[in-house]
Write a protein that binds this ligand. Structure first.
Ligand code: GLN
Length: 529
């Protein structure tokens, strides 16, 4: 019998509902329970694949090729849950299904309405995840903030869900803000009272409150919250600000949140603890032996969430190397104006992330060239690999006009070109090469040294590829094609021989990195830096 935990957020966005949900997953797994997590996003886009990073942050890609919300990345980094297409529900997906069914005549003449048709579809999708994987607990995070018009159908679906299931099979956890007002030197419970009030108006009484706060809450404050929000005092938990998100599960566990959830849901209790996590992750983050600066050359450096998984993968690589990673954010357009020397001179590691479109491209190409010439540890991801190829073609193979046909459709030297099969695709949504594909690597390469394996899969999100016509020319000048996709002979990894560590990959290694198991490419990128 699967149990359900619904996580809602109140007062403001960015409270860390995703991290809270992932952390609850982590502490329940530590109890020996099989968990999965679902993110419900109230926007009408079918998926975030078509959204600008400034609107949405990173698009997280799953093994099965879904373009999803970045919270799914947190779920994967914190837990062992299998995460795929079904774990991200959007209003767009729900309406798409309901409207298609209506057109087919499946509703037999009924008027289609938000209640019950939209809410039924939401509930069906949640139950489908529970049924399929034989899970003990499914955690469902509802995006947005209570009070938003958009999230109402999701909240109504939760209300119905709890009536349809036995009360002990579903739990509602509300993540809320208890702000500290400096001038009054007081923490304030009113926003939480209002937020819970809003939830109760629509028929949801939260069972547990997770109060985001700067400092631990006093007994009196907890009593007050309990009284006004209609919960037991022992169901008021605090989510205190911490330096590293990976400490959140420990903070929850200190307050016995896992035990409380287990009692309320009537699930069996295991006895594993998180001491391994504390030792292998937290202590290494908080007490590093060294420090290393990584220059990140990307268009969206202004938004922390735009390269979320990359920043996390760098933290993991830091853990593996006992090193604190400091990120230096470099705008490629500044490189175009003032040259790479000004920004990359004292850097020992350069990372160029994935991206789309022309803006800043020449700056990125220059950054890759600078790392190549100056023996600076280099990792190019997806577009980052493509710009490294363009630099190499222009400056080492005398192909002065080399470019990607993404940036110059009629370039005479398309060293990067549209992948076969992409030419006639007109729709933008979910039409890239997406998800896990196999990569084989050659012996005696940096790639093999990192992976210690000849064959593995990695996740993709791109339309363009290395143009194999140029392989021989580039090989002659010292570019090593160390990884390839065996079924389509597509280039997956390039590297340089006479360089301490210079590697580009067409896939996104950041999506598979975990705090306890840094991705081998990120690990070696930092190691050689
Ligand atoms: N724009 C490039 C492509 O579509 C790179 C994509 C990426 O970096 N994810 O191939």
């Amino acid at each position: 019998m699967t149990k359900f935990i619904f996580v809602t957020g109140g007062v403001v966005s960015s409270l860390g509902k995703g991290i809270a949900s992932a952390s609850i997953g982590k502490i329940l797994e530590a109890k020996g329970l099989r968990v999965s997590l679902i993110k419900c996003d109230p926007y009408i886009n079918v998926d975030p694949g078509t959204m600008n990073p400034y609107q949405h942050g990173e698009v997280y890609v799953t093994e099965d090729g879904a373009e999803t919300d970045l919270d799914l990345g947190h779920y994967q980094r914190f837990t062992n849950a299998a995460i795929g297409f079904e774990n991200n529900i959007t209003t767009g997906k729900i309406y798409d299904t309901v409207i298609k069914k209506e057109r087919k005549g499946d509703y037999l003449g009924k008027t289609i309405q938000v209640i019950p048709h939209i809410t039924d579809e939401i509930k069906n999708r949640i139950r489908k995840v529970a049924r399929k994987k034989n899970l003990d607990v499914v955690i469902i995070e509802i995006g947005g903030t209570v009070g938003d018009i958009e999230s109402l159908p999701f909240l109504e679906a939760i209300r119905q869900f709890r009536i349809e299931e036995k009360p002990e099979n579903a739990l509602s956890i509300h993540v809320t803000l208890v702000p500290y007002i400096k001038s009054a030197d007081e923490v304030k419970t009113k926003p939480t009272q209002h937020s819970v009030g809003r939830l109760r108006e629509i028929g949801i009484q939260p069972d547990i409150l997770l109060c985001r706060c700067q400092k631990p809450l006093s007994k009196t404050v907890k009593e007050k919250i309990a009284l006004f929000c209609n919960v037991c005092q022992k169901d008021v938990f605090e989510a205190v600000d911490v330096e590293s998100v990976y400490e959140v599960p420990l903070k929850f566990q200190e307050q016995c949140l896992g035990e409380r959830i287990a009692v309320k849901l009537g699930v069996k209790k295991g006895n594993k603890d998180l001491s391994g996590w504390k030792k292998k992750v937290i202590e290494r983050i908080y007490y590093p032996k060294k420090e290393k600066e990584v220059a990140m050359v990307g268009k969206y450096i202004g938004l922390q969430d735009a390269y979320k998984s990359i920043y996390e993968a760098l933290i993991h690589a830091g853990i593996a190397n006992n090193t604190k990673i400091k990120i230096k954010k470099v705008d490629p357009e500044c490189i175009e104006k003032y040259g790479p020397d000004k920004y990359l001179k004292n850097t020992e590691a350069v990372l160029i992330p994935g991206g789309f479109g022309l803006r800043g491209i020449e700056g990125k190409i220059q950054a890759a060239g600078y790392a190549r010439r100056n023996n600076i540890s280099f990792l190019g991801i997806c577009l980052g690999m493509q710009v490294a190829v363009i630099d190499f073609a222009r400056n080492c193979c005398n192909l002065k006009k080399a470019n990607s046909s993404e940036f110059e459709p009629n370039t005479p030297e398309p060293v990067i070109g549209l992948m076969p099969g992409q030419e006639n695709i007109k729709e933008k949504g979910a039409t890239m090469r997406l998800g896990a594909y196999r990569c084989r690597v050659r012996k005696n390469t940096k790639a093999f040294k990192a992976y210690r394996s000849f064959s593995f899969t990695e996740r993709h999100r791109h339309r363009y590829e290395f143009n194999n016509r140029y392989k021989k020319t580039m090989e002659r000048e010292g570019l090593v094609f160390s990884g390839y996709n065996p079924s389509r002979n597509l280039v997956e990894i390039i590297e340089l021989k006479n360089h301490k560590w210079f590697l580009g990959c067409q896939f996104h290694p950041e999506f598979k990195s975990k705090p306890e198991k840094a991705h081998p490419l990120f690990r070696d990128f930092i190691k050689y830096a």
